[in-house]
Design a protein around this ligand. Structure first.
Ligand code: ZN
Length: 88
């Protein structure tokens, strides 16, 4: 039996992606609706994820796809805690 390990939370912002960003260690090049990070490009390492997050923060946490932005959304501690620990 093969166990598929699928990562569905964005490594940069912790948002729940529409589809897994990583499957069995391979990037799926999904773009996060929230922070706009592309899986396998912008967060392939902890350093890359932190760097992208810092740039996103400096711009005031703009949404990549504003049509998906919940009313009254802000980047909270709750969402920050959803970021996989190794990428915070
Ligand atoms: Zn994100």
């Amino acid at each position: 039996m093969v166990v598929m390990e699928a990562a569905t939370l964005c490594r940069v912002c912790g948002w729940s992606l529409d589809e897994p960003g990583w499957v069995d260690g391979l990037p799926q090049y999904v773009i996060c609706d929230c922070c706009g990070a592309e899986c396998g490009v912008d967060e392939h390492s902890a350093e890359a994820a932190r760097g992208y997050r810092a740039g996103w923060a400096a711009r005031g946490y703009p949404w990549w796809d504003r049509g998906h932005q919940p009313v009254g959304w802000s980047f909270t501690e709750q969402q920050r805690e959803l970021i996989p620990a190794a990428y915070r």
